[in-house]
Design a protein around this ligand. Sequence first.
Ligand code: AP5
Length: 219
Amino acid sequence: MKLIFIGPPGAGKGTQAERICKEYNTVQLSTGDLFRLNRKLGTELGKKAQSYMGGGNLVPDEIVIGMLNDEIIKPEYANGYILDGFPRTVKQAEALDKLLEELGDNLDGVLVLSVPADELIKRLTARRTCRSCNRSYHIIYNPPKVEGICDFDNGELYQRDDDQEEAIKNRLNVYEAQTKPLIDFYQNEDKVMMINGVGEIDDIYSSIKSVLDKIGNHK
Ligand code: AP5
């Protein structure tokens, strides 16, 4: 399946995408993770992205679209993927449509996770992320077994620089202004599935699964 995950920062896109990938044997393509990897490797792309990401602003469309176009043609995405964090602007969505047309591919669905702002702030200010595999934890709602250590690969958990309150507020404003309009964009293509992103992680996953199983049955 080729899916897009849309939702405000902290909606649970990464948390849920990880579970879907495991159960449906698919792969996640997160533009945020790709930028963080490039930062870690000290590439020019990573340095450019950092100047926007730290304060919670979007990296310019040309840079993101170029990176996505280079990534999505890799063999690991040939049988499907979940796009997490891309597209984030109408220009990126148009570029994706063009690319899919060139590749002769179609999107199966756009999952939109909705969560109110006060809950997002609670989630992001207490999020910890693994330095090596990027998995997300929450010090209260979804803690690791050992404090400060990733359950999967023993990587060190750290607090992202854009998970500070000022940057979070900016990211929420950026989402409202630039990314939320994508819901209408994809409604016009009849691809949107709305998911309530508030509640237990397992219950939200069950709602997502029932939507995905419906798509699977129609293929
Ligand atoms: P990116 O890395 O994509 O960040 P984001 O969209 O802001 O999303 P997050 O990773 O913060 O949240 P999430 O929805 O994955 O939530 P999570 O599952 O971790 O982008 C970062 C930056 O990169 C952008 O600001 C921009 O600068 C740049 N960028 C990336 N893509 C770009 C693009 N296309 N164009 C331009 N710039 C781009 O969950 C959050 C927390 O909540 C965790 O602690 C988790 O444990 C907890 N949690 C999850 N679900 C629940 C639940 N149900 N109940 C309680 N807690 C929960």
